[in-house]
Design a protein. Sequence first.
Length: 252
Amino acid sequence: MSSRLLGKVAIVTGAGTGIGRACALAMSREGAHLALAGRRPEKLKDLATEIGASAISVVTDVSKQAEIDNLIARTVAEFGAINVLLNNAGVLHIGNAEQITEQQWDETFNTNVRGLWLLSRAILPHLRKAGAGSIINVASVLGINGARNRASYAPSKGAVVLLTKCMAIDHGHENIRVNAICPSFVETDLTAAVLRNVTDPQAVRRERIAVHPIGRLGKPEDIAGLAVYLASDESSWVTGSVFPVDGGYLAV
């Protein structure tokens, strides 16, 4: 174990699988105490067991204020403070503007935007009390560029990018930093579901790889290193920044 995050307490949402899980493990290895939040209790408990005494699991739907309040209260009761928030929870529905249903639109924005905003604003008093803090939002390259059949997902991630910038401006004077990570196609449960629902998953996979100059899809661990950096004091003069981690996708 290293010590880049020694003494820091971090909340990670969507922690049970994929990017959230990889980031939580990386933060733990750097000395952080962790509150692991998500909607699947078994996944969270497994991860908390793997990490050990420095982690707790708290089943949380970030679109519900009462569950956010419980998450924060549990974290403070266990660890005494909060220094870092990694907003990773998200949903993805496929379709163009005509195909996306009202229910899918609402679910996308309730989780990807409203939930992220609710948790971020609820965490601010605790970051102020700690004297500093880092909020890290997992957005997407589709919050920067559009794409076919992402008529709800891409706008939601675009909102995350601009909320990141606005909060960075509003809270920089309090030494509270807010940054966004924008992954491209990372192999997670979320993206695996996309491939399962197409006629020819291997063909789609080849197409996805072809638009990444580095020649492969992303892995959750490709995101975790940047999350650790943004959580650490090494990034103390970094705020309002949007970081594509995309294998060159946006360079094409």
